[in-house]
Design a protein around this ligand. Sequence first.
Ligand code: PLP
Length: 355
Amino acid sequence: MPRPLQAHINLAALRHNLGVARRHAPQSRMMAVIKANGYGHGVLRAARALDGADGFAVLNVSEAVALREAGFNQTILLLEGFFSADELPSLAEHRLATVVHCARQIEQLEASGLPVKLDVFLKINTGMNRLGFRPEVFTAVLDRLQSCPSIGKITLMTHFASADEAPGIAAQLACFDGLATGREMPRCLANSAAILRHPAAHGDWVRPGIMLYGSSPFADESAASLGLKPVMTLRSRIIAAQELEEGDAVGYGATYRATKPMHVGIVACGYADGYPRHAPTGTPVLVNGVRSRILGRVSMDMLCVDITGHHGVHVGSPVTLWGEGLAVDEVAAAAGTIGYELLCALAPRVPVIEG
Ligand SMILES: *Cc1c(COP(=O)(O)O)cnc(C)c1O
């Protein structure tokens, strides 16, 4: 029998979650964000399941080209734009849309002499201070883009820093609207959190990411309560069991000690698979469908779970690390992080089963 760890990817759940995004933003076109290898789900696999989307957003030209070569005809957007001028011929050849966020990119577009016009998403820095042009230079930048022969349709874009929590998006949205109002240009603003909580920010294109994968963008609202279904379920089995006496320790560093006689299951899953090493004792896990907790430090290839009093649990019993029955967001919270990080970190060595 091979090592029992597998990531099950529920393609129907991906499609379902795209439908949830559509119901929240019925007037907007869907730019499904499939960066980071489709948030760990596989970029082409995610794209195939999300074929009903109007566009795809990725980071690298190579991913974008792979999508074109796989036959996707939708808008494909490079979320950070091109990184160097030598990528521009590929953008033209494969009809890739690009974010333009800095003056250097405009200079390179002006100097490119491309044979076709590229569609661009002009990124405005409305307060996140990561990528984009400051509001003061917006008019000048727009004039310059509009007179550049290599540029086709221009969509106005920004990204919110706090769509998921206080102080929200009001200041950034007001800044964006102040620049965009009166211009007949499509707008693209909302990530998952803004799709779900800020209809005023929906605009012509929305950019759902995490919600498509069935994880909540909010710390205070679960994916299930948002009507989202988990897409990735990380499943393994117990490969060994230990009986501990009071005072016995478990795992590296002996960070957990039994306070009474205990049964411990050893699970085939560790940090080299993408399970967070910093998940502490108490992080939830499902053993044979019943909630339990991990004990001690996560190792590279294994972790330990408490099966004390779990009748009928033995070597070979199934374990769910996250997914159906145990929200990835719950595991992430216990480990001091967010669902995004766990999903994206799924290691390439974990076999993927589509269903
Ligand atoms: C990643 C990303 C998104 C998607 O964000 P989620 O929170 O996953 O919905 C949207 N827009 C930009 C610019 C991004 O980088």
